[in-house]
Design a protein around this ligand. Structure first.
Ligand code: AMP
Ligand code: MG
Length: 337
């Protein structure tokens, strides 16, 4: 081979290596790993997607579509033909794998929380209708007629779910967290670098870095945070009195109900935030712990290996033991208990 030919091949090889390096290392870091955010309305709440990765717009669409399908075909009580609608209409129905998973996991929390979470109290939820604009409390007789635990009226046999006619399924306390679990799958399939997706009060934090999570101020109308928590990827759900409520005669009637008394919980708590690897569990426990109160709530969190932050109306902040050091109070009116 003459010298000229060797030089030509070497030059060609260098150009090829440079091109491969450019395609493999430079383009993904600059051009393709974009940041993207979009907000839409599903499950009667705001869904916000913030992601970093390739094909972000398509991935965000897939995430919204996942929530839409979950709502329409599985979890909605009001959309005709959904699994939950069919169970409530006929007393039983064969359901999809996703509905089955959501119901099975929820029933486990209903049992372990001794009915503080109760996915069978749809009629009581309807009576209070805090979500659809009720402005006066129902009568004591109306409440008494629907109070009491109902989750033991629900049974699962294979993919058939049955409920006795004195109960009504309502997955309002767990559905948004479960949506985070399904969105997590989409993030994985799309190979995203990072994602923060909120479905109402439940948020998925996805990616390798640590995240800073804000605990919302319970003051009405406030968009401030009272504290931040530094944590690795997880799901975080908050149940708060300030989310849905009405005032009557100086009393705040909010949307988290004590199934036994039939009334909105009045135990001095204004919010409970639960951190878990599983979205449904974080959502189910935030509601259950709100009903149980601080001590029993902490015990339930321990059973599920979850962390929690409890905020009271006298501005005290309680946490499960191992998360205390990661919580940073930023509102000077609040202090650790
Ligand atoms: P969350 O915001 O996750 O605490 O869920 C509250 C929603 O769950 C309410 O709007 C009701 O639809 C429903 N709910 C209220 N209290 C309970 C309860 N104790 N168990 C199960 N669902 C409940
Ligand atoms: Mg919940």
């Amino acid at each position: 081979m003459n010298k000229k030919r060797v030089a030509f091949i070497a030059f060609g090889a260098i150009i090829a290596v440079c091109f491969i390096c450019f395609v493999c290392f430079v383009i993904p870091k600059s051009g393709l790993n974009k940041e993207y955010s979009e907000t839409a309305f599903y499950m009667d709440t705001t869904v916000t997607v913030k992601i970093i990765g390739e094909n972000c717009e398509e991935t965000a669409k897939a995430m919204f579509n996942t929530v839409d399908v979950l709502e329409k075909f599985c979890l909605s009580r009001t959309v005709e033909g959904s699994d939950i609608f069919n169970i409530n209409l006929n007393g039983n129905a064969e359901v999809s794998d996703q509905t089955l998973e959501a119901i099975t996991l929820s029933l486990d929390v209903c049992k372990r929380s001794n009915g503080a979470l109760d996915i069978g109290i749809g009629s009581l939820v309807d009576l209070w209708s805090v979500t659809s604009g009720r402005s006066t409390p129902p009568s004591a007789d109306e409440v008494a007629a629907l109070s009491g635990n109902k989750y033991d009226l629900i049974s699962v046999d294979g993919s058939i779910v049955t409920i006795d006619k004195s109960g009504l399924l309502d997955l309002g306390a767990v559905g948004k967290g479960y949506a985070c679990d399904r969105i997590h799958e989409v993030a994985e399939m799309a190979g995203l670098k990072k994602a923060v997706v909120s479905v109402g009060g439940s948020i998925l934090f996805y990616g390798d870095d640590d995240f800073t999570v804000g605990i919302a101020s319970p003051e009405r109308g406030s968009t401030d945070y009272i504290a931040t928590i530094s944590i690795p990827a997880c799901c975080v759900s908050t149940s708060g009195t300030y989310e849905r409520f009405f005032d009557y005669d100086g009393v705040c009637y909010h949307h988290i109900l004590n199934p036994v008394t039939g009334y909105p919980v009045q135990n001095g708590l204004t919010s409970v935030t639960v951190i878990s690897e599983n979205g449904l569990i974080s959502d189910a426990l935030s509601t259950a712990c709100f009903v149980l109160g601080i001590e029993k709530g902490k015990e339930l969190c321990k059973e599920y290996g979850c962390q929690a932050v409890f905020v009271t109306d006298d501005k005290l902040v309680y946490t499960t033991d191992s998360i205390r050091d990661s919580v940073n109070l930023i509102d000077s009116e609040y202090r650790f208990a």
